[in-house]
Design a protein around this ligand. Structure first.
Ligand SMILES: [Fe+2]
Ligand SMILES: [Fe+2]
Length: 166
């Protein structure tokens, strides 16, 4: 895809967002399944349901622009999913990021993507049917980041019982 105009850049980012959200539906399920903290697990599952809505909203945005939904690979999200899936493979593996770290990095990536989309949509003077779904999702991503950052400040039982790991 040639990116020559702001409109092209918006379209490109939108396709990345679509890819990232669909990947997130799967990744959040995997993170929830691998999580031994019940509160975190339920936050991840709730956000997975919101993420399905994020996919639908992006499809609405494509429709508002008169386009078919298309996904472009977002390597950051693929990298996070791969790092999580490969943990424990082989003795030489780097320590994999925790469920919480992976979830936080994914939210921060989504927030950056939606902030860019909202900014570009403003510059392109797109109508509410494009801007509002993006803003609604951005608000939910920020809320999820806040939830995860709060959890990140709570020492886990595992940390407390094995201080040498700190
Ligand atoms: Fe999302
Ligand atoms: Fe998210």
């Amino acid at each position: 895809m040639n990116v020559e105009t702001i409109e092209d850049l918006f379209g490109y980012q939108l396709q990345h967002a679509y890819y990232a959200e669909r990947t997130q539906v799967e990744l959040l399920e995997e993170l929830a399944a691998d999580c031994d903290d019940r509160d975190l697990e339920s936050s991840l599952r709730e956000h997975r349901e919101e993420t399905r809505e994020h996919v639908d909203r992006l499809e609405d945005v494509f429709a508002a622009l008169g386009r078919q939904p298309r996904a472009s690979r977002a390597r950051t999200v693929d990298g996070l999913a791969e790092a999580h899936r490969n943990q424990g493979d082989g003795p030489e593996q780097e320590p994999a990021p925790s469920v919480l770290e992976t979830a936080l990095l994914a939210e921060r990536f989504e927030i950056r993507t939606y902030e860019t989309l909202v900014t570009l949509a403003g510059r392109l003077a797109y109508a509410d049917d494009v801007v509002e779904p993006l803003e609604a999702t951005l608000a939910e991503e920020r809320e999820m980041r806040r939830t995860l950052e709060e959890r990140d400040r709570i020492p886990s039982v595992a940390d407390a019982s094995s201080p040498e790991k700190a």
